[in-house]
Design a protein around this ligand. Structure first.
Ligand SMILES: Nc1nc2c(c(=O)[nH]1)N=C([C@H](O)[C@H](O)COP(=O)(O)OP(=O)(O)OP(=O)(O)O)CN2
Length: 158
């Protein structure tokens, strides 16, 4: 009578965690009205400084926001952060508050700020940073138009 073959245990799965610093980015969109207007200055000063961009009847932009995180992929997930979670954070803390709003008047965290592209990237960083694991937020980049954009890498610590 033939002998039964000895049952071999399946080999335990082996993972090879990858080492390396990677940047991941989520892009979101929103549409807002604004004007470049310094309320501490005269109308004439604002017109000289900002031209058409200070029109008191506002103008709009199809903003494109790109937020990047940087770090080593987690060995258990292969991810720095789930990009779906990053999408939810951007929607909750920026898009839902700014989309179809007037950035000069209707967004609490932008009160008292001239909504230039430069100021917006700093304000968005400050809104997002507390919700992202320490040291991961790398870049907040905002396109006001396809040709005009600003990016911010956090407060200068030098
Ligand atoms: N340093 C900055 N300069 C300007 C800003 C800004 O945020 N930071 N913003 C504006 C205006 O908001 C304006 O709407 C930009 O429009 P425009 O210059 O017309 O932009 P385009 O890319 O459409 O212009 P093209 O000349 O057609 O390329 C102005 N300046």
């Amino acid at each position: 009578m033939p002998k039964k073959a000895a049952k071999s245990k399946p080999a335990a799965p082996v993972l090879r965690p990858m080492k390396g610093v990677v940047t991941i980015t989520r892009q979101v969109h929103f549409n807002s009205a604004h004007r470049l207007w310094n309320p501490t200055k005269s109308q004439a000063w604002n017109e000289k400084q900002f031209g058409l961009c200070t029109n008191p009847h506002w103008h709009g932009h199809n903003y494109v926001l790109e937020v990047s995180l940087r770090g080593q992929p987690d060995p258990d997930t292969g991810c720095i952060m789930d990009l779906g979670d990053l999408k939810d954070l951007l929607n909750t803390h920026v898009v839902d508050k700014c989309d179809h709003r007037n950035l000069n008047d209707q967004v609490d965290f932008l009160r008292g700020i001239i909504p230039s592209t430069e100021n917006l990237v700093i304000a968005f960083w400050n809104e997002l940073q507390p919700h992202i694991p320490a040291g991961r937020l790398y870049c907040v980049k905002l396109y006001e138009t396809p040709r005009n954009f600003a990016e911010y890498h956090g407060p200068d610590v030098s």
